[in-house]
Ligand binder design. Structure first.
Ligand SMILES: Cc1cc2nc3c(=O)[nH]c(=O)nc-3n(C[C@H](O)[C@H](O)[C@H](O)COP(=O)(O)OP(=O)(O)OC[C@H]3O[C@@H](n4cnc5c(N)ncnc54)[C@H](O)[C@@H]3O)c2cc1C
Length: 530
């Protein structure tokens, strides 16, 4: 059988694309997903189903994570390079099934920037209808919000904030930041409740939201545990995909293919298929089919570091309650990039970080014994340092070589340093005093000299999990771009990419909502123009 569309990856974007395309009964769609599928909501594992306490704290088990490990940067700690876990969801819903459920849209200035990069179709006015189509916002309506989309967005009311969230909010107001009630407003800045996609503690992934409404259509085939190894080309067209499932390898055929395997897997699949930077492909012994030097480059992230504090009464901290509720968006002093920083309170912090490779991952319900206090996370939301992804080998089973390159530029280090100092001020300010005992990290010893502080930042910062940009969208004159403004891969007539990997520049927001919007927007284009 030859499908009209094969969608590779049922993640934040892919599950949306397959669901939207199959709304048209004349379009046949095959959705290939490398991980398992749970069609029956009652059988969805608890760590996937429930959001609050599992949030971003708990490394998911290997059956739902691709298990990638990334090199952080070129700075060494105790003479060793740092490698950290870089989770990606391996399940229908993809990373939206394992993530932290902050449902924050990109800002209007993000899309203004995309427009100025030659992508007129991606101005704020152009993307807004798709953000609206995506959601039902339980708190706000009107021009900027959706009222009948599959993803349910809400904010925790002040009455439900934990003590540390209230303290963080009041401290920020005392330091002069303005209150913002709706952080999904086009140019929202200041301190306020995060929009979250976890009403009543249920993580609303794209599998729960979009796919559950589409999966029984006769024109949609969902094929879980089916990993795409590579794309087979016939001149300038995709002729088939090589798929591995249950130990068997076979070919599937489609008129059009939409890659939605995410910012790590897309470049891997493309490079294994001979589509990518010629010099690297030659080094790997892969004949080049299409030379696209931008594939695997421009890897963007939102680097994170923390101010940690012990609390007067550890029993006050309840790991079964929501841990992410309030955020602060601001512009770093002397920064020429508006709203380039985000920080937020974690209502409890753990003695270990699951990102560290040597840390044993906890799973399921958190044990209060692991809790050592609270922390403010500080993140550069417009990082100028870029990493890259290359192949490690030509075996599709091998993970690619991930280099995040966090805090490579002085500009990123300076802004992170200022953010940590602001977070420390917030932690020490009056509204927090009844709660906290001591700041435990970074210590005064680290903060004493600029050199030791910057060194600590470069050797302790971790991924913010917001990987984007490795197959970036761009105009004809952008030699490093991989897809055009409709997601079509340059030089090929029937291959598209539509997920976090095509963001030309990351957004100043967590990346899930914008990735979902990309899914909504590109599927609408494909449906009318295929
Ligand atoms: C721990 C964590 C916490 C996060 N928290 C938040 C948050 O709170 N808010 C937010 O906005 N963002 C958050 N993010 C980021 C956000 O979830 C991602 O940016 C977004 O989900 C990326 O969507 P995607 O469609 O590009 O990729 P994915 O959602 O990862 O989808 C890719 C899909 O492709 C499948 N796949 C991969 N390779 C193959 C293959 N070869 N063959 C077939 N299928 C394949 C995968 O299994 C997956 O289902 C978080 C990320 C992580 C890891």
């Amino acid at each position: 059988m030859k499908y009209d569309f094969i969608v590779v990856g049922a993640g934040s974007s892919g599950a949306i694309i397959a669901s939207r395309l199959s709304e048209n009964p004349s379009i046949s769609v095959l959705l290939l997903e490398g991980g398992p599928d749970y069609p029956d909501f009652r059988k969805l594992p608890d760590d996937i189903k429930f959001g609050y306490s599992t949030g971003t704290y708990i490394a998911v088990g290997p059956e739902h994570d691709w298990g990638y490990i990334a090199k952080v940067n070129d700075y060494e700690s105790d003479g060793l390079s740092r490698y950290i876990r870089t989770p990606r969801g391996k399940i229908t819903g993809g990373t939206s099934s394992i993530n932290g459920q902050i449902f924050l849209r990109g800002l209007s200035h993000d899309f203004e920037l995309w427009k100025n990069l030659g992508l007129a179709d991606w101005s704020y006015e152009e993307v807004l209808p798709f953000f609206r189509k995506l959601e039902t916002d339980l708190d706000f309506s009107g021009d900027f919000h959706g009222e009948d989309g599959p993803i349910i967005a809400h904010r925790f009311p002040k009455s439900e904030w934990s003590r540390s969230q209230k303290g963080f909010f009041e401290s920020a107001i005392n330091l002069g930041y303005r209150e913002t009630l709706d952080m999904n407003y086009p140019d929202a800045s200041g301190v306020g409740p995060f929009p979250c996609n976890n009403p009543n503690g249920i993580r609303i992934s794209t599998a729960v939201a979009h796919l559950s409404q589409a999966r029984y259509r006769l024109n949609l085939t969902v094929s879980p545990n089916s990993t795409v190894n590579k794309i087979i080309l016939d001149k300038q067209k995709v002729s088939s995909l090589e798929v591995e499932s249950g130990g068997d390898t076979y070919l599937v055929h489609g008129e059009n293919v939409v890659l939605c395997a995410g910012a790590i897997a897309n470049p891997k699949i493309l490079m294994l298929s001979g589509i990518g930077p010629t010099a690297h492909l030659e080094k790997m012994g892969i004949p080049t089919q299409v030379d696209l030097p931008g594939i695997g480059q421009n890897l963007s992230d939102h680097p994170i570091n923390f101010v940690k504090a012990s609390v007067k009464d550890i029993d006050d901290l309840d790991t079964q309650k929501p841990c992410l509720q309030v955020g602060l968006r601001y512009t770093a002093s002397e920064s020429d990039i508006e709203d380039d920083m985000l920080m937020w309170m974690n209502s409890y912090s753990l003695s270990t970080d699951y990102r560290e490779v040597e840390t044993i991952s906890t799973q399921g319900n958190l044990d209060n014994q692991d809790v050592d206090g609270i922390q403010i996370a500080v993140s550069v939301y417009f990082a100028t340092s870029k990493g890259r992804i290359q192949l490690n080998s030509i075996d599709p089973k091998d993970s690619p070589d991930l280099f995040l390159n966090l805090l490579d530029t002085d500009k990123d280090v300076e802004r992170m340093a200022e953010g940590i100092r602001i977070a420390k001020d917030l932690m020490e300010s009056k509204p927090m005093r009844p709660l906290i005992q001591n700041i435990t990290s970074p210590t005064n010893y680290i903060l004493n000299s600029r050199e030791s502080f910057h060194n600590w930042l470069r050797t302790n910062t971790v991924t913010g999990h917001h990987l984007t940009g490795t197959c970036r969208m761009g105009s004809d004159t952008d030699d490093m771009s991989v897809v055009d403004s409709n997601g079509k891969v340059k030089g090929l007539s029937n291959l598209y990419i539509a997920d976090a990997s095509i963001m030309p520049e990351s957004v100043r927001a967590n990346t899930n909502a914008t990735t979902m919007m990309i899914g909504e927007k590109i599927s609408a284009h494909l449906e009318t123009n295929h």
